[in-house]
Write a protein that binds this ligand. Structure first.
Ligand code: OAD
Ligand code: ZN
Length: 246
């Protein structure tokens, strides 16, 4: 694979890089994206599933949907894209800022990860905030009750209209601003505030490299836009990296 010379020079001198990732990086693991032709939001209505009012109206339905997604995610494996991102840690300082809740970056071995939209492996009580990890509730097909206060337990994911975890966002933004290269991988970059991360990187002078199967809202900010799948492109970039750092 041939990459732009300017990009290879950036790669050679880079000390810190950030990967801002979205559902597209997990597509090759068999997990559906949200938008686009097979997107989840074409088939399911986010307003009926991914917000707090929907949960209060019908907790069991929302819980069951997340159990279904958990099942898919547990059976899925990280793909070559996730593993390539983890491998970059051999060569330089790497931060992953992800919108994904699927835990696949961690399972692939990445060590510094900020999760902007939560993590499906965790749950918490809506009343007393006690947190519960998923295995306890693996078989529950109805929204479980908190052992301490009897409140409803919900997945620890960010729903529409909710705040992002502020520490994760702030730390992610800081890493993006300090980065020499910010890779924007497999995201439509239309959901805010998450999509401010690469914009902050750009404003702070980072070199923006987009990897996606199609152009997106981010393409006009990108210094280099590479069309292709994450699982195909990222291992090729790691190969370049290993040659450059030899
Ligand atoms: P989207 O579904 O909006 O976008 C997925 C992107 O991945 C699209 O731009 C695709 O072109 C691209 N894509 C698909 N397959 C790919 C592949 N193999 N390699 C590279 N790119 C690929 O997903 P997100 O941008 O992650 O929020 O969506 C952002 C947020 O919207 C999600 O975190 C979720 C959703 O509502 C919450 O749950 C809070
Ligand atoms: Zn409780």
């Amino acid at each position: 694979m041939q990459f732009k010379k300017e990009f290879l020079e950036k790669l050679q001198s880079a000390k810190k890089i950030v990967f801002f990732t979205g559902a597209g990086i997990s597509a090759e693991s068999g997990i559906s994206t949200f938008r686009g032709k097979d997107g989840i939001w074409n088939k399911m209505k986010p307003e009926e599933l991914a917000n707090f009012d929907a949960f209060m109206r019908n907790p069991d339905l929302v819980w069951e949907w997340y159990q279904h997604r958990r099942d898919i995610i547990h059976k899925a494996r990280p793909n070559a894209g996730h593993y390539a991102i983890a491998e970059f840690e051999k060569y330089l300082d790497v931060t992953v800022v992800t919108q994904n809740i699927d835990n696949l970056h961690r399972r692939a071995g990445s060590t510094k990860i900020f999760e902007l939209h939560g993590n499906i492996e965790r749950n918490y009580c809506i009343d007393c905030r006690t947190s519960y990890n998923a295995p306890q509730f693996e078989l529950a097909n109805k929204a479980p009750k908190c052992e301490k206060c009897g409140g409803l337990v919900r997945p620890d994911v960010v729903w529409f209209g909710e705040m992002l975890p502020q520490d994760e966002f702030r730390e992610g933004e800081k890493a993006a601003e300090w980065s020499d290269i910010c890779f924007v991988v497999g995201t439509s970059a239309v959901v805010y505030p998450a999509a401010y991360i690469p914009i902050s990187a750009k404003q702070a002078g980072s070199y923006i490299v987009e990897i996606n199967v199609e152009p997106t809202d981010m393409t006009r900010y990108a210094d280099y836009s590479i069309l292709g799948t994450a699982g195909e492109i990222l291992p090729n970039i790691v190969d370049e990296m290993s040659r450059l750092k030899m």
